[in-house]
Design a protein around this ligand. Structure first.
Ligand code: SPV
Ligand code: MG
Length: 431
């Protein structure tokens, strides 16, 4: 008897999946692969049910004889293991980034005469609605909030990209690339004080008030599902910070990062070029402890950001603060640096990890941008934040367009580098 294999990465079975099984059955014994959590989060949307539940769900389907775990979005391992005669898939993988996976499967099957069966993709109102319902579930505060803690467990390094508007939120939500045969996407969003302020034409000095910052969160949560890490600046007065924690939890934000500075906060990338005052260990610890006491859910994280390297106070000071802030209740440590060389960040991470194996470490490699995610993970980093790159790429593009229209007294010269009218009007999904 021949074997027909199909890989599922869904939490809900609809007629499209049943159609795949029915087609696979025509070719042989049906084996379904359950894409593992680890692979799923790179490839598809975040799961709303556990890997074990997905296996149980697929096993319960009529016509399915066996369910195996597929641990990688590429099929190498699973093909070696079961040598299926047929790989059955919706024909939607013929286009877009997924086509790289199809091409790879085609090569693997050539080795022993296996065949791909592309089944016409089922897309109707009912399937569309199920898809929308799943998205809505993920966007709910209680799902979104806990997703960051889940991701830290699921992936070697969580990748967060800045968002400061609905549109940038959509870019972080939807951008998927294919590179060396694998798909990848961002895991989370960073609501940067720098970019949120800049988008409003204001300096990054805690001038944009919390109500306005919350409005930005609302704009983003309206159109996305990915978890949010909020840049809480200094956290403000402890008496205010406790209210901020409650509001953020309620909105479904996963984490707030507060930095150990007081008085007039300036952006860290100014370093010692401007006057900035570091809070004492006692002051910052009291703020963290008050925030943790105010927090109502188990999901939310308060992450302490250490500015000792930025303010040139030395490695020992940074480490002393890190251990003290964890003791005060911090759920994670962000260590910042504005050096181009990542050496001091790596040294901090190695020394911190020597004593604390589990508290998540967060870094923001804006200046030390040569280090790769893999290298950061090897030093024990759990979250990498790309804090401002979307803003920094959009700004010069807009400025040049404005200049060129002024220069040429018409828009023709800039048109080639603009998104087409058709693309811009279809960019936002209709309900
Ligand atoms: C931000 O993005 O606002 C940050 C990170 O706080 S940094 O600008 O590097 O200080
Ligand atoms: Mg900031």
């Amino acid at each position: 008897m021949k074997t027909a294999y199909t890989c599922f990465c869904t939490d809900v079975i609809h007629e499209g999946h049943l159609n795949i099984i029915a087609n696979a059955k025509k070719y042989g014994r049906v084996v379904v692969g359950c894409l593992s959590d680890k692979a799923l989060i790179r490839y598809n949307r975040f799961p709303t049910v556990s890997q074990e539940e997905r296996v149980r769900l697929y096993r319960s389907l009529e016509g399915v004889e066996e369910v195996v775990i597929q641990d990688d979005m590429l099929y190498d391992d699973v093909i070696t293991l079961i040598k299926p005669d047929y790989i059955v898939h919706g024909d939607n993988w013929k286009d877009g980034p997924e086509s790289a996976i199809r091409n790879h499967v085609e090569e693997l099957l050539k080795n022993y005469g296996g065949e791909i069966i592309d089944v016409p993709y089922t897309y109707n109102e009912k399937v569309k609605k199920i898809d929308m319902q799943l998205r809505e579930k993920l966007a709910m505060p209680e799902y979104r909030r806990k997703r960051l803690r889940d991701l830290i467990k699921m992936t070697p390094i969580v990748k967060a990209m800045e968002a400061h508007s609905g549109l940038t939120g959509l870019i972080v939500e939807k951008t998927v690339v294919e590179h060396e045969g694998k798909l990848d996407q961002f895991d989370a969003m960073w609501i940067s004080s720098l970019c949120d302020s800049t988008a409003k034409g204001k300096p990054d000095i805690e001038l944009v008030d919390m109500t306005s910052r919350f409005r930005t969160i609302d704009d983003i949560t309206e159109v996305t599902t990915k978890p949010i890490i909020f840049d809480g600046d200094t956290g403000g007065l402890t008496e205010h910070f406790v209210y901020t924690v409650r509001s953020l939890e309620k909105m479904g934000v996963s984490a707030v990062i507060i930095e150990d500075k007081k008085g007039l906060k300036k952006n860290s990338l100014f370093g010692t070029e401007v006057e900035q005052t570091q809070a004492t260990i006692e002051e910052m610890s009291a703020k963290i402890a008050a925030g943790k006491k105010a927090q109502l859910t188990d999901d939310f994280m308060i992450i302490a950001r250490i500015e000792s390297l930025i303010l040139e106070k030395g490695m020992e000071d940074a480490l002393e603060r890190a251990f003290a802030f964890v003791k005060a209740g911090a759920d994670g440590i962000m260590i910042h640096s504005r050096k181009k060389d990542p050496a001091e960040i790596c040294e901090f991470c190695d020394k911190f990890r020597a004593e604390d194996k589990k508290t998540p470490i967060v870094v923001v490699p804006s200046s030390f941008n040569t280090i790769t995610e893999e290298e950061l993970a090897s030093h024990g980093v759990n979250i990498v934040i790309y804090a401002n790159q979307l803003t920094r790429s959009a700004f010069p593009a807009m400025q040049k367009t404005a200049e060129d229209i002024l220069r040429y007294h018409r828009a023709k010269e800039v048109d080639d580098r603009l998104m087409s009218i058709k693309d811009i009007i279809t960019l936002i999904d209709e309900i």
